[in-house]
Each structure stands twice: as C-alpha cells, then as structure tokens.
Design a protein around this ligand. Structure first.
Ligand code: C2E
Ligand code: MG
Ligand code: MG
Ligand code: MG
Length: 294
C-alpha cells in the first residue's frame, strides 16, 4: 500500500516525506523478520495495591530491540503490526510467553508472584470472530487458569467494533477471563460503555492522573470516576503515577491500585523477579513512595 502510494505520488513528495515512507517500509520488513526472534521480548510493569504495596498484577508490554535500528517503541511498531495484520501471530506469541512466565513465577515465588497478568488486545484482534476460541485454546495448552489472565481493551477499540467486541468480550467473560477498560478518560469516555460490557477493572488514563494537582476541578473528576467504579463493582487502577504528590492525592480520593514509574517501571522478567524479591513488591515498604527501580 505504502509502495503504491510512494510511486504514484512521487512528484509531490518532499524529501522528508520520502524518507518517512522509506523508514516505514524498512520497519515493516524488519518487523516481519523480528517476530519469533529474541529481538522481541516482554516487559512487565507492576500494578500494586496502594494500601500495602502488594504486587497485584503485572501488565505485559511488548518490546522490540533491533540490532541496527535500536529500540523501537510500541507506539511505532504496533500500528505497523496492525496494518499488516502481523499483530495476529505476534499476539499469540505474546500470550504464550506471558502465560509461561506467569506460571513460572507462581511455581518459583508463590508468595511474591502477581495474582494475575494483564495483556493488551489490539483493535485488529477484535475483528477476528475466532479470537476467544483461539486464545482459550492457548490457555488450555499452557495450563493457564483463565481467571489469572486479564485482557485490556480501550473504548475506542470497542467503538470501532461494537457488535463483534461485545460478543467476544462476553465469550471471554463466560470462560472466566478478566476484562479491563484501558486508558479510561483519554478519549470518548462514554460512560455507557462501562455498564454495557462485562468489565472487572477500570484503568484510569495517565492524562487524568497527571492533572490531579492542577486544582479542585480535576480532583473532583477523579473522585467521580472512583465513585462510578465503586458503584459498578469495578476495581480501579490509576495509571501513570510518576510523583509522590499524585500518589498521596489518589490514595486520599480512594484509589486502591496504581501503576506508574514511581511504583515500578516496566521490567524484564528477571528484573521483576529481583524487584519482587528485594522487597519492593512484598508489602514491607508500605508508606515509602520512592521505591522506583529501573
Ligand atoms: P498501554 O496499554 O496504555 O500501556 C501503558 C503504557 O504507559 C506503556 O507504554 C508504559 O510503559 C507507559 N507507562 C507506564 N507508567 C508510566 C508513567 O508513569 N509515565 C509515563 N509517561 N508512561 C508510563 P509502552 O510500553 O510504550 O506501550 C504503549 C502502548 O502500546 C500500550 O499502551 C499499548 O496500547 C501498546 N502495547 C504495548 N504492548 C502491547 C502488546 O503486547 N499488544 C498490543 N496489542 N499492544 C501493546
Ligand atoms: Mg494497557
Ligand atoms: Mg493504559
Ligand atoms: Mg494505550
């Protein structure tokens, strides 16, 4: 597609545009080759109980380090993986690897292991009517209890695929998989979405978290969101906690779980294990808001 466009519009392309198209094609080719190799690996970001700093969950975040191009962020390569539908095989690999890692932690550090893992879904996956069947087969094959998996979807993903999304989410729910609404407050924020789909968790976007110290209006908003979650019986996670003042205010507003650089960066599996073993996730650092680890 990019190729055809590149040829047809050659004359009106500036050098910058030409360079951007070239880079985009280079990334696409590199991505095809990277899938299934150790260029791609998973990072795990802690989601903690704010009250006692217990490791509740880890969010699974895909990483790509190319030998020549260096680290490429998901914001860059996920859209390419989606356009090319490479996201489908890639997501299967992510799910398998994440389950394997979770089961390893549960066996080797049962007290410190997260209670469940949270994996992001792509909008393209939500167009696949066989998605739930395929993913449940993978869980089965891995011996992964469905209630130890949470899937994250955003409002905009659901809005693009309303009827399919609704069927798929219901099917996951029937199998006992947890569901989270990701990045709540970043986009449309249609409140009906929360009630209409069987979510377990509400993840509040970091743009809301970030606004917290900007005055009463913003904390009123964050407070309203907590009440809403409570009334709907949803667990609530504040995303993107970077500063102690945010943490303190969020706790005062009734937020029970948090995720962000202050609490823990996305870490490789080994680094997360080390982080958990050295106390950050064990509950004995309660009250200390400065235990960020690289
Ligand atoms: P997301 O699902 O909203 O993931 C959270 C993003 O926020 C991650 O970025 C994480 O590193 C970042 N983050 C966490 N805490 C903080 C903080 O305190 N401050 C700031 N500034 N950022 C924070 P990342 O890893 O770059 O991922 C970006 C997005 O890419 C994710 O957003 C998700 O939508 C997508 N993504 C990542 N991995 C996967 C995957 O395996 N599959 C799919 N479909 N999408 C993925
Ligand atoms: Mg997410
Ligand atoms: Mg998010
Ligand atoms: Mg996001």
């Amino acid at each position: 597609e990019a190729k055809a466009r590149g040829k047809g519009c050659h004359a009106v392309f500036t050098n910058d545009m030409r360079e951007a198209v070239r880079y985009r094609m280079q990334l696409e080719n590199a991505l095809r080759e990277a899938i299934g190799t150790d260029q791609m690996f998973l990072a795990y970001q802690p989601i903690l109980s704010l009250e006692d700093r217990r490791l509740e969950c880890v969010e699974v975040l895909l990483r790509w380090r190319h030998p020549e191009l260096g680290s490429i962020s998901p914001a860059q390569f996920i859209p390419i993986a989606e356009e090319t539908r490479l996201i489908l095989p890639l997501s299967d690999i992510v799910l398998r690897q994440a389950c394997l890692q979770f089961l390893h932690w549960r066996e080797h550090m049962p007290e410190l292991a997260p209670r469940y893992i949270s994996v992001n879904l792509s909008r393209v996956q939500l167009t696949d009517p066989q998605l739930a069947k395929r993913m449940m087969a993978i869980l089965d094959e891995m011996g992964m209890p469905p209630e130890c998996l949470q899937l994250e979807v955003t409002e905009s993903q659901i809005m693009q695929q309303r009827s399919m999304a609704s069927e798929l989410l219901a099917e996951f729910k029937r199998h006992g998989v947890r569901l989270a609404m990701d990045d709540f407050g970043a986009g449309y924020s249609s409140l009906s979405c929360l009630q209409e789909y069987p979510f377990d968790t509400l993840k509040v976007d970091r743009t809301l978290t970030d606004n917290i110290s900007r005055g009463r209006g913003f904390s009123a908003l964050l407070h309203a969101v907590v009440s809403l979650a409570e009334n709907l019986g949803l667990e609530i996670v504040a995303e993107g906690i970077e500063r102690v003042d945010q943490l303190v205010l969020l706790q005062a507003l009734g937020y029970t779980y948090g995720q962000g650089f202050l609490l823990g960066r996305p870490l490789t599996a080994d680094a997360l294990e080390e982080w958990a073993r050295t106390g950050a996730g064990s509950g004995n650092t309660s009250g200390n808001g400065t235990n960020t680890r690289e």
